[in-house]
Structures are given as C-alpha cells and as structure tokens.
Write a protein that binds this ligand. Structure first.
Ligand code: MN
Length: 234
C-alpha cells in the first residue's frame, strides 16, 4: 500500500556534483569545533591535542544552502559570523573505522561556510547550554558543488575567505589539529557514518561579522570556491 501523508514531506536535500548530472543526497551535517590552533586561541579556548579529543555539533540538513545564494540576515543576532571550512563528503558507510581504513569512506570535498550567530553561541557556551541557537541557524550551512575525489585524503591546500574583496581568513588545511583520517576514525566511534554525511572540518582564525549587503567569497586550493550574499533581515 502506498504511504500517504497529511502534507508534503520535506524535500531531499542535495548538492550538485562536479562533472555529474546526478546530485548528492544529504544525510547529516556534522561540524568539528576548534580544529585550528589559531582559531581556538582567538576564541579563548586553546587546544592541547595530547589531552583533548575532537568535539562536534550538528545542524539540520534543512539548513543547507548552495553557493551563490542570497540569504537573509538571521533573526535574534547582532553578530552573524562567517567560518570558512573544508567540507568532507562521506560516500560509504563505516563504524569504528581505523585511521588506516578511513580513506575508503571519502567520496569527495567541497568548500563550506559554517555561518554562526556568535553572540548566541558564546552565551550558550559560557552558560554550559547547547549551541543550537548559535549554530543550527536556518540557511547557515552553505556548501559549494561537491568535487569527487574518492579515496583521496586532502592533507594541504591554501584556504582563504574575503568579505567584499578584503581578506579575512587565510590559512592552510595542513594546520588542521585533527586531520581527515583522524576525524573519520573518531567520529565513527560515535556514529554509523553513512553516504551523504557531510563533515565540516573546522575554521581557521580570522572569523568575524557580516552585515546586510556583504559578499563573502571563499576558496580552497585543489577544491574550488564558494560565494554567499547576505541580504536584508527577513
Ligand atoms: Mn565551524
């Protein structure tokens, strides 16, 4: 019997794939916190890898926005920040994956923006509350086309972000505290990773605010570029 619904179910969220007509269907959106030393320091929370482990937060797949979009400045913030990140797309399932086997899960990569209501995130952080209001913001997960690179581990590549043509973030993926195989191995201790899971690998230093009318451009050497326009408040 065909299942019927009271109203139309949400659409399948998906992204374009370079060189393919098929789109990549999105499962979950994972984000790594504090994965570049200089960013951890600018947030007042330095990381000591010898005694710490990675931590994560998630956003709903419905927060996904494609590169090139104009998004409204979101409600309930006075400090909406950009975070330029390398995004990893999982293409094969894996659970408790060894670092040495992690590459097999990789489908490809993209450029991503983890847009953040920084004022709300910091209130939540400092009060020991969940980060959802600061991070799980409508239209806050901006992603470029996915670049297929099956089985390939990216270990370096210049990463840059400009706002209205002025450089704000400039780093290299080789400065990740936890690299791609380490992240896959660690996250897969907690989750059965699935095709269509995206992992935003963290942002380097230089995060800062945008206002309505701003244009954000990001690029990662060997991957591609991303654009976002910030529109007026809804
Ligand atoms: Mn981030």
């Amino acid at each position: 019997m065909t299942t019927t619904y009271l109203w139309n179910p949400p659409p399948v969220h998906s992204l374009p794939v370079r060189g393919r007509t098929e789109r990549l269907p999105i499962n979950r959106l994972f984000f790594v916190g504090r994965n570049y030393h200089a960013h951890a320091v600018e947030m007042g929370r330095p990381v000591d890898k010898r005694v710490e482990v990675p931590f994560y937060f998630t956003k709903a797949p419905g927060t996904l926005v494609e590169s090139g979009a104009t998004v409204a400045y979101p409600p309930q913030t006075q400090n909406y920040h950009y975070e330029m990140e390398l995004v990893l797309a999982i293409g094969r399932p894996g659970f408790r994956v060894a670092e040495t086997d992690a590459a097999a899960l990789i489908y490809g990569y993209a450029c991503g923006l983890d847009m953040t209501r920084r004022d709300l995130q910091l209130v939540a952080r400092d009060k020991g509350r969940p980060w959802d209001l600061g991070k799980d913001v409508e239209q806050s997960s901006v992603v470029s086309e996915i670049v297929p690179m099956p089985g390939q581990v990216i270990r370096r590549g210049a990463l840059e972000l400009t706002v209205n043509g002025q450089t704000r973030q400039k780093s290299d993926v080789d400065r990740l505290i936890w690299n791609i195989p380490e992240l896959i191995a660690d996250l897969s201790k907690f989750y059965h990773l699935q095709p269509g899971d995206l992992i935003f690998t963290g942002t380097p230093e230089g995060v800062g605010p945008v206002v309505a009318g701003d244009r954000i451009d990001g690029r990662i050497e060997g991957v591609g570029s991303i654009v976002l326009h910030v529109g007026a408040a809804a």
